[in-house]
Write a protein that binds this ligand. Structure first.
Ligand code: C2O
Length: 435
């Protein structure tokens, strides 16, 4: 176990990730931020210098922060924002492994570039012998307008609650804008899912996987075809956009190529004979944990109703149990807990849970869009997901051997049941990750 130190300087830069130059944020001058790699058991240190003219923060998404809830990086919950031109140090033990990421938890800053991958290696990874190399693939929606312009538009009556439509999608911070090559190639190469958000799974062959903001997977791709380059394609789920994005830009492509591959060699997926096999989409409910799970019985059920409706000024806002969260930057919830505050304003949406309870979050979504909900500081067993949001079906849930993760989507008008053990004292966010 060693200490891994990363110095992260957050600054404003003029960059052109997809050929369109704009003001955005970068970490150490780069976008996405540097790949952070640790081994299970290491202590990770982030020295964050804020070179912006605004506050910022770094949240290590999916890290349990056991014993260090004050390093979870959430202004209003666990800290005050890092002031402009100041340094803040996060230091915590990584007693977990898998695919994670880190991002600003302030305003909508990660949309503008304060985001990077975080990988925790496990010397006992059961699949260690089955791959030769690791490639990190970070997918992202991309706007040509910055969040400080988009956010006030979104939070005005004019938007009616419709999110701005992305101008493009990026793979590892890159894409071309409006290039015809983006529509080429639709054949599938198999890949095997082996990990989801820190949990190893039984190996399962698929061709495509649905992924929502904040979710992560590991897949093994076997480069066994007589070609030098492998295409990677990502397609946006456009159902939630008020306006259809430019169809070309809803496709994102990248290539994985051999080091000695001729750059002009454009032989693609059509070069092999089995390329016409039909694509198998990952059905996330079919994922099986690598190690059989024993699920404790529930002690406490917390029902959360998600709904969207206009406030007095006509702005459509999100509610959980009819209360809409208002950030209190000056007095973070964790500080209130230390000050023995036990009554919280309704707009703080605080639920107090005893330690070592088995908790079921029953999430009911009355919105017309899907919402990927992330739980800080924990993973939960995803017991079930259903379409009819007014009647979650407890009888149909999987308590035998369900997958564990930290971000799961509740369908439009649907429900989900997430079971977790409250064994990590602190103040933890549970929120839709659509920024
Ligand atoms: Cu990715 Cu509240 O976090």
């Amino acid at each position: 176990d060693s200490k891994k130190v990363y110095n992260l300087t957050i600054s404003e830069e003029k960059l052109a990730p997809d050929g369109f130059t704009r003001e955005m944020f970068a970490i150490n001058g780069q976008f996405p931020g540097p790949l952070v790699e640790v081994n299970k058991g290491d202590t990770l240190v982030f020295n964050v210098y804020n070179d912006l003219n605004d506050e910022t923060s770094i949240h290590s998404h999916g890290m349990f922060q056991r014993g260090t809830p004050w390093y979870d990086g959430v202004p209003g919950h666990t800290q005050c924002g890092i002031p402009s031109k100041k340094t803040f140090t996060y230091e915590f033990k990584v007693d977990q492994s898998g695919t994670y990421w880190y991002h600003s938890h302030s305003k909508a800053q990660y949309i503008d570039g304060i985001v990077g991958p975080l990988i925790a290696h496990d010397p006992d990874d059961p699949y260690l012998e089955e791959y030769d190399e690791e490639i990190v693939v970070l997918l992202q929606d991309w706007y040509h307008t910055d969040a400080k312009t988009l956010l006030p538009q979104f939070l005005s009556p004019v938007s009616q609650g419709n999110e701005p439509t992305p101008d493009n999608g990026l793979i590892n911070g890159k894409n071309s804008y409006n290039c015809s090559w983006a529509s080429e190639g639709s054949n599938c190469h198999p890949m095997d899912v082996i990990e989801v958000e820190g949990m190893m799974t039984k190996r399962q062959t698929i061709h495509r996987l649905p992924i929502n903001i904040a979710q992560r997977y590991s897949v093994i791709v076997t480069a066994d075809k007589p070609i030098g380059k492998y295409w990677m394609r990502a397609e946006m789920e456009t159902a939630c956009f008020a306006n259809e994005p430019n169809t070309l830009n809803s496709l994102v492509k990248a290539t994985v190529k051999y080091e000695d591959c001729d750059d002009n060699d454009n032989t693609n997926s059509t070069a092999w004979t089995d390329s016409q096999e039909t694509c198998i989409d990952l059905d996330t409910s079919s994922l099986i944990p690598y190690q059989e799970q024993t699920i404790p019985n529930v002690d406490y059920k917390l029902t959360l109703n998600v709904s969207f409706y206009p406030d007095a000024t006509g702005v459509v806002i999100a509610h959980i149990n009819d209360s809409s969260y208002v950030i209190n930057e000056q007095y973070p919830t964790l500080q209130k807990v230390y000050d023995n505050v036990t009554k919280f304003a309704t707009d703080q949406n605080v639920y107090i849970i005893d330690k070592d309870e088995v908790v079921d979050i029953i999430l009911l979504n009355s919105d017309t869009g899907e919402h990927p909900f992330h739980l800080h500081g924990h993973v939960f067993w995803l017991l079930g997901v259903g379409k009819n949001g007014t009647s979650p079906d407890y009888d149909s849930v999987n308590t035998k051997n369900p997958i564990q993760r930290d971000t799961a989507s509740v369908p439009a008008g649907g429900w989900l049941i997430a079971r977790f053990v409250s064994d990590n004292p602190g103040v933890w966010g549970y929120h839709c990750h659509i920024e």
